[in-house]
Ligand binder design. Structure first.
Ligand code: URA
Length: 227
């Protein structure tokens, strides 16, 4: 593959680790740098190849997960279902070791977050969600092979719709829903919804492995041209 241009590389990389756009998140990062000096403690870059056909969008880095390891969904409960599921469906190769250096690679898929810096109590404010949206828009535009997006939870769903200029009333969040539309360049794109694979959702039965696998399968199918 040819190297992406510098502006495309930047779009694929997301904000710099020391992004200062959201004052509350910068303050939280600085507190965490003092408490946990060996952790990543910065905006977490997306993970996966630039030729991905499927983009998985999460909420935001978990404090002890992605904010510690520097890789989305790595090191906390939410990754324990996501990564083995990606391996099962051929979207990841290797062994998931819950650390950024476990050697796992993604195949045709990429994982990113609606908000790139860890928020206190896992709750980004509406303004923080809006402020971070430009990075998702740039990433989507920088993925020429992209055909489908899997939104994990309603915040990711809303971020994708806003990024694409689509109205939420026309595309309500619903686990298992698959929506088809065109992106800003008139390219066909699908959005599949799943409940977030958080510890809370899994422990309360809002989501289980079978439900997650069904949504993931739908998202994968939706990236393939109809035969
Ligand atoms: N880790 C992430 O990177 N994103 C989430 O949404 C949850 C955990």
């Amino acid at each position: 593959m040819t190297q992406p241009s510098p502006s495309r590389s930047a779009a694929l990389q997301g904000p710099p680790p020391d992004c200062r756009l959201c004052p509350r998140l910068v303050d939280f990062r600085n507190e965490n740098k003092v408490k946990f000096p060996t952790w990543h403690n910065g905006a977490v870059p997306p993970f996966g190849p630039a030729d991905a056909t499927l983009l998985i969008v999460g909420l935001a880095p978990g404090l002890r997960g992605a904010n510690r390891t520097g890789r989305p969904f790595t090191g906390d409960y939410a990754g324990e279902l996501l990564y083995p599921s990606l391996i099962k469906f051929g979207l990841a190769k290797g062994v998931f070791g819950a650390e950024a250096d476990d050697g796992l690679t993604l195949v045709g898929c990429r994982i990113t977050n609606a908000v790139r810096c860890v928020p206190p109590e896992n709750k980004p404010t509406p303004l923080e969600q809006k402020t971070c949206r430009g990075f998702l828009a740039a990433e989507i535009a920088a993925l020429p092979a992209l055909r489908g997006i899997l939104a994990l939870g309603s915040i990711a769903h809303t971020a994708v719709l806003s990024t694409l200029g689509l109205r939420k009333v026309l595309y309500p969040f619903k686990h298992g829903a698959v929506y088809s539309f065109e992106d800003k360049l008139n390219k066909p794109l699908t959005l599949t919804d799943s409940y977030h694979c958080s510890r809370y959702n899994l422990n309360t039965g809002v989501l289980n492995e079978a439900m997650f696998h069904l949504a993931l399968k739908s998202a994968i199918t939706a990236t393939r041209p109809a035969s």
